[in-house]
Design a protein around this ligand. Structure first.
Ligand code: MN
Length: 294
């Protein structure tokens, strides 16, 4: 098991929100198809991320508290609250924005990306919203928002074998979770004094585990909240830069060029009319060619 400490990254058009990023890192860039993990809050801060593009991925928004309004160029607009999943499939190209309806609420949650496998990455852009009933056991409660766990199945559409759940544990609870031996797993500790397979993991850190185990043991010495992610190793070489997941430097450079070009932008990413915030321009490409990972 590897424990990944988060790094702090400023996000959005106002730099008003700082996130704690634990994927990708030099050590591990994915947990199955999960390829990006930002953890933020709790804080009285506004999410103000203006229209920006994505290709080749799904975004999964999951809140512990607060509210965020999602709008996208596929025509969807959806407020998300704790216990619900906003799952946007960028496919071949989408534009979206995320804005807090008010900035006096505590905002706390995670933003995840899922890399689309090669056979699904040019799919049409779309969006799903799901609400879930938690599964309750002795000393714990789990909400499975992607895949299967603990007898609960999420209806969210994903394109590779994948699992995601939020789990609450009572103080002194020990939970043995049956897991898929073929999956890599990650445990993000949101809060509490937690042991993962007997090893202490600090809040906001991510414990990363390779395939091969059928049980995961979580011990909580205080009340705790964790996020459990799993997935079959994708086995594909990803090139990730800014908001794009592709397979080559040239593919990413072309997507960037299309976003910056008033003629090409709408054809590739659609249009998001009347957004409250301006379009976010792409940063310059790095001078070195982007290298695949995974
Ligand atoms: Mn986004």
């Amino acid at each position: 098991m590897d424990v990944i400490a988060p790094r702090s990254v400023a996000l959005g058009s106002n730099e008003g929100i700082r996130v704690r990023r634990t994927l990708p890192t030099r050590l591990h860039s994915t947990i199955g198809g999960w390829c990006f993990l930002d953890h933020y809050g709790p804080g009285r801060t506004a999410m103000e991320v203006g229209p920006h593009p994505h290709i080749g991925l799904q975004t999964a928004s999951w809140l512990f508290s607060g509210e965020v309004d999602h709008r996208d160029s596929a025509g969807f607009a959806q407020r998300i609250r704790p216990g619900a999943l906003n799952l946007m499939t960028a496919g071949r190209g989408i534009t979206h924005s995320e804005l807090s309806p008010s900035n006096d609420a505590m905002l706390h949650g995670v933003q995840l990306w899922i890399a689309l496998p090669d056979d699904a990455r040019f799919t049409a852009p779309t969006f799903e919203h799901h609400e879930f009933d938690p599964v309750v056991g002795t000393g714990w409660q789990a909400t499975v928002f992607v895949g299967d766990l603990l007898g609960s199945t999420s209806a969210a559409t994903v394109h590779s074998p994948l699992m995601g759940a939020e789990i609450h544990l009572d103080a002194e609870a020990e939970m043995r979770i049956p897991i898929q031996a073929a999956f890599e797993h990650g445990v993000l500790v949101d809060s509490g004094d937690v042991l993962v397979n007997g090893q202490s993991v600090d809040a906001s850190s991510l414990a990363w585990m390779p395939p091969g185990e059928r049980t995961l043991t979580i011990t909580a010495r205080t009340p705790a909240r964790i996020l459990l992610l799993g997935g079959e190793p994708l086995g594909e070489q990803l090139v990730m830069w800014w908001n794009f997941v592709g397979r080559s430097h040239d593919e990413i450079a072309d997507a960037r060029e299309a976003w910056q070009d008033d003629q090409r932008r709408a054809a590739m990413f659609g249009t998001l009319e009347h957004d409250a915030l301006p379009l976010i321009p792409a940063p310059p490409m790095p001078t070195m060619r982007l290298k695949p990972r995974g």
